[in-house]
Design a binder for this molecule. Sequence first.
Ligand code: REY
Length: 421
Amino acid sequence: MDRKVLRTVRRATASAAALLTLTAVPAHAATHESDPTSNAAAALPAPDMAGLRTVLRTLTTQGAPGAIARIDDQGTVRTAAAGIDDRATRRAIGDADRFRIGSITKSFSAVVLLQLVDAHKLNLDASVDHYLPGLLPDKRITVRHVLSHRSGLYDYTNSMFASSVSGFEAVRNKVFTYHQLVQLSLRHARTNAPGAAYSYSNTNFVVAGMLIEKLTGHSVGTEYRNRVIKPLKLRDTFYVHPDTKIPGRYAHGYLTPDRAGAQLVDATNQTVSWAQSAGAVISTTHDLNTFFSALLGGRLTSAAQLAQMERWTPVNSTTRYGLGLRRRDLSCGVSVYGHTGAVQGFYTYSFTSKDGRRSLTALANTSNNGTVLNTMAGTLESAFCGKRTKAIQVSPPTGRGSFVTERNVAYEDIAPGIARD
Ligand code: REY
């Protein structure tokens, strides 16, 4: 790659990372701030496609075999790709490739539950115990606490994946019940009192899956299909648990071992039973853009329930969490709405504008690589901030060093428990 281009990307990535500075925003009870105004797609600068392609190429130099991005903008489609989707055949990665979306599944689960609120079958402020008696040890934990990661339920994946490759191999073909996963969490002390702090935990969205099954009498797969996949005609979106294969054309996912220099592990085939309603959906860039456009465009829930999803708890200086929904504040002042996903072999970012009319989904087919994850944040900058070459100076409020390592910030953003890497 051209040296100058690479330098520009490095600067852009560094400035994006600086903006992700962890200023340790105290995650008290939800603050419910309102959103910045005027983030409608029409008011956004044109996407920077050259910048986006450069970010994708950079990802392939940082350890991702391949990377793709797709922008859907009021009927205009823009795609970019770099690298390969299969290290054995060396096939080029492409926009039609299906992949595992990890925690973006949480947004699907939240939508199902908010539709149930719309149908008066669920009350966000009721105790989980009201619907699932005896499951949790603390009756003060509400449905809202669970969907906003404020329950204090320990994330059992922290201990499960303390060693990334052996932890993964131990569960890749396992089938867990939801109860078993909750029990794994309850072996550990809770991280906070209900409602007192934000602490990202897969356990919360396992409980969400249990609520879906209890209230509807159907599996989460059936509910995703009936309430999201079919109405939005998402032809490339699947919930196949406990099947281990991705149907049709797909990108292989390559897990990066903890030991530097070790060979990537092909992690494509797995049950994802350790995540289920917290992370087991399969999709494409097209379908995820359609999903978040529909959600923010108000086509999946009532306006009242979308407003509930957008009651924000601070995570760090640039990220907030609603109900199964993230908000990221970009360097140009634009806020975008969506989710990130990390499942072995796949990192995904999927975000849309306030009105849902411009969406970006980006995939890199590796994981457990903090550099790749952070560089991916650059796809949001290119897609929503357009051409911005000037590096932004971040002055830390404390006067201490502001350049917290990219690795910490990104891991915190996806799942804080992984930060110990
Ligand atoms: C699980 C470990 C990450 C991923 C996780 N994913 O909680 C949910 C999400 C569904 O937020 C694994 N990391 C990796 C490790 C770290 O094993 N020791 O990066 O492949 O999407």
